[in-house]
Design a protein around this ligand. Structure first.
Ligand code: PMV
Length: 328
């Protein structure tokens, strides 16, 4: 009744922004991401008959009531799926700078989905695991797979066609993704709340939905042809469109800070100097920069020069779910 799994975070190039079903975590639009080698979560799950509630340890400490409630809600879905009632001890270690605002929910829920179902003796394929991980956090849907991954939004009301698929393996095209750390405050508007407010109130949201399928098409074509500039351009434009929807929301909000804008401008300058680099930003102030491995050192040096930049983590396409020995 115990299993250990490891899952990596991912960065969306074509973003998931907005749910059509809040309970089932069904997205309004399809999305596309790269799973990252550098940031991951390792989680052990053990189901025990004598427990009266779940116990959730993160990085060696018990989590607060709110985090525990979220985990129990997710494990209830797994228990229901497997037809069991036992509570579990969940022991997670995050190799993600969580406090720095780099998302850990993707790797976190993907790892729990994999470890808990394995512990219960279920042998699930990637598609089933991806659908279960989705119920914990939308972005976790994609972290089941390595490399370049698409989450197809699906059409059905029960979510049975809303899961991720690998488009290209992590070893087949070696891009660099520089995770640029700007500051370490926790984000103020959660992605969940931000999406909901945007879908419900922003007049720009329909403009987002109008173009995102075309962006997915263009990104897939670029990945198929290994065309870095095409992928960079569509990714950067897609991130800007997502962030634009928030400015139209009521009340308006943005995840950008002055440092975010400074890095965006610096990347545009680097392009004028002939270096192919593009940015993307999630639901926080930090920026991720895409470049070819040959340009990595030049881009990193240029960004490290900036007073706004605290640190840079160099990432590359990484693997999907792996299972570790139970003694881990
Ligand atoms: O599923 P969440 O709550 O991690 O939301 C993810 C939202 C974005 O990071 C902004 C976009 C994405 O596709 O990952």
């Amino acid at each position: 009744m115990k299993a250990v799994a490891q899952a990596h975070t991912n960065i969306a190039l074509i973003k998931y922004w907005g749910k059509r079903d809040e309970a089932l975590f069904l997205p309004m639009n399809s999305s596309l991401s790269i799973t990252l080698d550098r940031f991951y979560t390792t989680t052990g799950v053990q189901f025990c008959k004598d427990l009266s509630k779940d116990i959730f340890m993160l990085n060696g400490e018990l989590v607060n009531e709110q985090e525990l409630a979220k985990m129990t809600r997710f494990l209830d879905i797994i228990r229901n799926y497997a037809g069991v009632q036992e509570h579990a001890i969940i022991n997670s270690t995050n190799k993600v700078p969580t406090a720095a605002g780099f998302a850990s929910s993707a790797s976190g829920y993907a790892a729990v989905a994999a470890a808990s179902t394995k512990a219960l003796g279920l042998e699930l394929g990637g598609k089933e695991l991806s659908m279960l991980a989705r119920r914990g956090s939308g972005s976790a849907t994609r972290s089941i797979f390595g490399g370049y991954v698409e989450w197809q939004k699906g059409e059905r009301e029960d979510g049975s066609d809303s899961y991720a698929k690998q488009i290209l393996g992590e070893k087949e095209w070696g891009l660099t993704i520089l995770s640029v750390l700007l500051e370490s405050k926790c984000k103020k508007v959660s992605s969940r709340e931000g999406m909901k407010r945007t879908v419900e109130t922003s007049p720009f949201y329909s403009g987002w939905l109008d173009t995102v399928e075309h962006d997915i098409y263009s990104a897939k074509e670029a990945i198929r042809n290994h065309d870095f500039d095409q992928l960079g351009k569509v990714s950067e434009a897609n991130a800007l469109k997502m962030h634009a929807t928030m400015l139209g929301a009521t009340p308006p909000f943005t995840y950008w800070q002055s440092g975010t804008l400074a890095v965006m401008e610096r990347i545009q300058e680097l392009r004028e100097e002939g270096i192919s680099a593009y940015f993307t930003i999630d639901a926080g102030p930090n920026v991720k920069v895409l470049c070819m491995p040959n340009d990595e050192e030049r881009v990193r040096a240029a960004l490290l020069h900036m007073s706004e930049v605290e640190d840079i983590y160099s990432c590359h396409p990484g693997p999907g779910i792996t299972y570790l020995p139970e003694s881990t």
